[in-house]
Design a binder for this molecule. Structure first.
Ligand SMILES: [Zn+2]
Length: 227
């Protein structure tokens, strides 16, 4: 029954945005663990497989998801700015359903101004397709000016210096530090002539993928500490 409604909904979205091309739409909810949705198509049919978790999504968000999938099957692209209701659903779903990254003794994820857990999820979604798992996350215990952030592999712990938990600090600075430390998890150090290099060439080039890289670098000049 639910699937019949889903198919009808897909057909409505298609005729509203692309017009019908006579291809049959097959659409079903699947028991994926996360928020996954895929589309396959040929000249006869379009098949959408959508995670059953999307049943909880507001219909506006579900419509955008279907629109994105159908656009692929029509070789069109959907402007990024209309995706916000879907992104909002993704964020709230992840906050509720993803395993919580606890902070070990003495560390906290919720600061006075910034919630590191929320920032971590956003950075993970935007730059890593939600693929990075980190066990522990937290603000530093002290106002460290020497160490602006670090990732400790042994404890699988990502820490951001508490000096950035401030109204005066733009959110992208905190996002950038989290991004930098996540890269430490993703890109392992290499050894060269007996030295351990953590900021490898690959690391430095991936760092530049950060949206406001130059602006954040300018801002960080005020802080001579290490990352
Ligand atoms: Zn570093």
């Amino acid at each position: 029954m639910i699937e019949q409604q889903l198919i009808q909904f897909c057909e409505q979205v298609r005729s509203e945005y692309f017009g019908s091309d006579g291809r049959k739409i097959e659409s079903r909810y699947k028991n994926y663990r996360g928020l996954r949705a895929t589309v396959q198509w040929n000249h006869e049919r379009i098949r959408l497989n959508i995670s059953a978790h999307y049943q909880q999504a507001p219909s506006e968000a579900r419509k955008i998801l279907i629109l994105i999938l159908l656009a692929k099957a029509n070789r069109k692209r959907i402007p990024l700015k209309i995706r916000e209701p879907l992104n909002r659903f993704h964020r709230s779903w992840q906050n509720e359903n993803e395993p919580k990254r606890r902070a070990p003794a003495g560390y906290q994820t919720r600061g006075k101004y910034y919630d590191l857990h929320k920032i971590f999820n956003e950075v993970n979604e935007k730059y890593f397709a939600d693929s990075v798992e980190i066990q522990y996350l937290g603000w530093s215990k002290r106002q460290s000016r020497r160490r602006l952030g670090f990732y400790d592999k042994r404890r699988d712990l990502l820490v951001v210096s508490r000096i950035f938990d401030s109204r005066k600090v733009p959110v992208e600075v905190v996002e950038y530090i989290v991004y930098h430390e996540m890269l430490h998890k993703v890109i392992p150090p290499i050894a060269r002539s007996g030295r351990r290099i953590v900021h490898t060439t690959e690391f430095r080039s991936r760092e530049r993928h950060f949206d406001q890289f130059d602006r954040v670098q300018q801002w960080l000049k005020k802080y001579p500490g290490k990352l």
